[in-house]
Write a protein that binds this ligand. Sequence first.
Ligand SMILES: Nc1ncnc2c1ncn2[C@@H]1O[C@H](COP(=O)(O)OP(=O)(O)OP(=O)(O)O)[C@@H](O)[C@H]1O
Ligand SMILES: Cc1ncc(CO)c(N)n1
Ligand SMILES: [Mg+2]
Length: 547
Amino acid sequence: MSFTLTGSLPHRLSFQFQVPLVTIPKSSCNSIKVMTMATSINNDGDTSNPRKNIPHVLTVAGSDSGAGAGIQADLKACGALGVYCSTVITAVTAQNTIGVQGVHPVPESFVYEQLTSVLSDMQVDVVKTGMLPSIGVVKLLCQSLKEFPVQALVVDPVMISTSGDILADPSILIAFREELLPMADIVTPNLKEASALLGGMQLETIADMCSAAKSIHKLGPRCVLVKGGDLPAPVDAIDIFFDGEHCHELRASRIKTHNTHGTGCTLASCIAAELAKGSLMLPAVQVAKHFVETALDYSKDIEIGSGPQGPFDHFSKLRRSIYNSSVRRGFDPNDLLLYAITDSGMNKKWTRSITDAVKAAIEGGATIVQLREKDADTREFVELAKSCVEICRAHGVPLLINDRVDVALACNADGVHVGQSDMSPRIVRALLGSEKIIGVSCKTPEQALQAWADGADYIGCGGVFPTSTKANNITIGLSGLKTVCSASKLPVVAIGGINNGNARSVMEIGTPNLRGVAVVSALFDREFVSSETRKLHSVLMDVVSNK
Ligand SMILES: Nc1ncnc2c1ncn2[C@@H]1O[C@H](COP(=O)(O)OP(=O)(O)OP(=O)(O)O)[C@@H](O)[C@H]1O
Ligand SMILES: Cc1ncc(CO)c(N)n1
Ligand SMILES: [Mg+2]
């Protein structure tokens, strides 16, 4: 259940929640915790300057010495999402990338002491649970939650590590079913755990996951997420979310990596972190899933330890300072597929306005548009850019501005593309903020790595072939493109002399991060922009769908 608080209540994080939207989860139905958060007042009673309580997650979980999972993953996930995380440690494990070598449970009375210390003093918004080694610990936790109600309870029913080691006594199932799940706002079993909760039910297909989610829901949690990390390898990473009414299939691409240790702990902590920020449940799960997918992608090649399942890096994306928002999904590299760059000279020659040219390119299937204006007055450029933003927004196509950060800000474009001699992407990022898209033109592997380090989202690489648009430009050919793509940590769009005839040869160079082609003349130095765009689009779709 959710409702909207309106009126003049000072909000604890007013910069984050323009429209205060607060979930009232089941576990807090009888409490006034949410109200106290929303109306936090200075000690001196001054409501005009509310205390800035940072959103707070308490994790009740085990320590993983290898720091990929458990308490360590929870701390990193919350840190990456800008949420404070306190910790009640239930067990200390000796664990690495090979497996679990030892488990040392913390005495139950001392788990309780930690719970009381934190909950009696700090304003915890959300409790997330991980490894709970014994029934006694579950009972003490439930008792503490009744004594100190919180906004939401996220239960990751950890039982067996991916390496196959037992992390909780099997008798724990009874305590989960009877005590903890009925209090939970969401429970996040993986396939094995879902099966165990349901007395050994076979789980192999998406349909099985849906019916498992429904059956687990009957045990009392408000929502259920059955995680499909362990589905067979070629299948996407599909999770099933059930909110008591609908089953949602949440899909992410399956990252090819061994570094998946701690995905479950991270996912649950990210959900908790987003709930603590005030998010509703489904968006919280979506952000969490996107976080895991992105972190896995950025860490797919890192090597920590010699075992079969390594940890991943929670902060790669944060370093690129994109994770400031709780709901926006940010830049989608798929948008690079057919990248149209306008040229006022060419469009003048064919007697059409830039806005008509942009409309036609979008009609033909352009997936992103860049406005490149070398000669226009600034005022004229801003007006043009505003019109183009409107057209692009109406079609869900991002609009970037070439070089001019000021124009991008003035028209609220989706981002900026800069060259090597334009403003540094690092400064552009500082000026535009974390939400906007930044692209950088690169010819060499060094430039590509620098663009990544500077916080860019993609690189444009070329000129691949000679082109009339840039007369003195050095061409790097398909081999140069391949070299840069292989070195780049960012998605790449190829540029320079690309057209219907050679686009296939470009897209087939065999590097997965080459995501599309950028074109000027092939679209705009033609009489019929939309049909030219359509032809190129069908070539690209053909290549992509046969990959
Ligand atoms: N290779 C992958 N690529 C993308 N997403 C993945 C991958 N592996 C797992 N995930 C996602 O990570 C999340 C956690 O799922 P998973 O089934 O791995 O949990 P888990 O087994 O509890 O994890 P762990 O025990 O390792 O902490 C899910 O959203 C799942 O879809
Ligand atoms: C401490 C701990 N908690 C949870 C998991 C599950 O990933 C693990 N391997 N170790
Ligand atoms: Mg797993």
